[in-house]
Design a binder for this molecule. Structure first.
Ligand code: SAH
Length: 379
């Protein structure tokens, strides 16, 4: 921003003012930036415009979870989900259009991969969410909004970000880092580093780069306690196996007593939810400052998996907890609008091209894995 304002021949402090208007106040109209001189506003208007993705749909689930489909300039669409929970308002942000990884239990994977998001497309999700949440609070029936501000303040704004939407954020580090910077910077969204979490399936070199470049929380999609099973569920494990992944997690924490890694573990009935898996997981996490999030599997058509039942989930939770592993059961949110983990599938503008692309076998692939499922079945 500083080099941009320099280029316009403006004073360096304009950069700070612009960032605050854009991100803190959510103002995109240069004429409304009242502490800029008329001449500066005119210069800005001739040099720049603020462009946002279009809101293609906006739906709220019965539990208050809200899902947006944002349409990008190239016609692709991405999904962003807001999850209000007491004082916390968590935004689940996408990092790619589709996903290049092939986790066997994830709807986004079935859709295939189109492209990386740019930094502005990532940060626009946070900007739009805050703006739409504020609009909803303002335009509500007075009774409701009184209720919202007292009972559930988080309904109006994003307090936490999880990079757990569509895509693998660590395969898009170049765009991710500047977007995280804007989330964390006090002049912009000013979120605390503990409240911004990057989730990865375990792209080890990028975990080290993330550590070197920015301070934020890390979540790892583990899902299996041994390589044999993880190779099947999260195929990137073939390249970056569990022992190396655990070493990378330790490097990320870097001996900092206040830090820990969140491990996500989706429970698939009869696949990874047995007591022996829980015991293997305990051994794996020994001496690791870790929090385990148990996620009930969210089904989608032709996934081939079923959700573990309550008995299995509780048994798994109990084994870990009794061994002193801090374990939370993540509630399923927004599943009536397909906004739950693994159900985000965006929408396809250029459907035929993508469909053709992902129904062809990939290089070296001889298996008869299912072709991309047409989007109507996922939605
Ligand atoms: N690619 C990154 C970011 C996506 S995060 C990662 O893998 O971490 C989305 C989380 O939801 C991941 O932990 C993912 O494994 C999990 N998930 C995917 N499909 C799911 C499903 N059908 N049910 C429950 N969780 C799922």
């Amino acid at each position: 921003m500083q080099s941009f304002v320099n280029g316009l021949g403006e004073k360096p402090y304009r950069a700070k003012q612009l960032l605050q208007w854009l991100y803190r106040h959510g103002v995109t109209d240069f004429d409304a930036m009242t502490d800029l001189s008329k001449a500066s506003r005119a210069k800005l208007k001739s040099a720049a415009c603020v462009d946002l993705p279009e809101i293609q749909f906006d739906r709220t689930a019965s539990d208050g979870t809200r899902k947006w489909l944002f349409r990008l300039a190239d016609g692709n669409s991405i999904e962003t989900v807001f999850i209000p929970e007491g004082a916390r308002g968590t935004l689940c942000v996408s990092s790619q259009v589709g996903c290049a990884l092939d986790c066997s239990f994830c709807a986004t994977a079935r859709q295939g991969f189109n492209r990386n998001l740019t930094s502005d497309e990532i940060i626009a999700q946070v900007w739009l969410a805050n703006s739409l949440l504020a609009d909803a609070a303002g335009s509500d029936d007075p009774k409701d909004s009184a209720d919202q501000t007292t009972a559930a303040p988080s309904r109006n704004r994003v307090t936490n970000v999880v990079m757990m939407g569509m895509g693998e954020p660590l395969l898009n580090l170049k765009a991710l880092i500047p977007a995280l910077d804007i989330m964390l910077d006090d002049l912009c969204f000013g979120l605390s580093k503990r409240k911004v979490t990057v989730s990865t399936s375990g792209v080890i070199p990028a975990m080290d780069k993330l550590y070197a470049e920015i301070d934020c929380s890390l979540a790892v999609s583990l899902h299996a306690p041994n390589d044999e099973l993880r190779n099947e569920l999260v195929p990137i494990n073939i390249k970056y196996p569990i022992a190396d992944l655990m070493a990378a997690c330790r490097r990320y924490i870097d001996g900092d007593r206040k830090k820990h890694v969140f491990f996500e573990y989706v429970l698939l009935a009869g696949v990874n939810d047995q007591p022996q898996h829980a015991r293997e997981l305990i051994a794996l996490l020994k001496d690791m400052p870790a929090k385990v999030n148990l996620i009930p599997f969210n089904p989608f058509p032709a996934s081939g998996y079923t959700r573990s039942d309550e008995v299995a989930i509780n048994r798994f939770w109990k084994i870990l907890t009794n061994a002193g592993v801090l374990t939370l059961r993540r509630a399923t949110r927004g599943d009536d609008i397909d906004a739950a983990c693994g159900q985000l599938a965006g929408d396809i503008e250029d459907r035929s091209r993508r469909h053709r692309k992902f129904s062809e076998p990939r290089f070296g692939e001889t298996t008869d894995r299912p072709a991309a499922i047409p989007i109507e079945f996922i939605r």
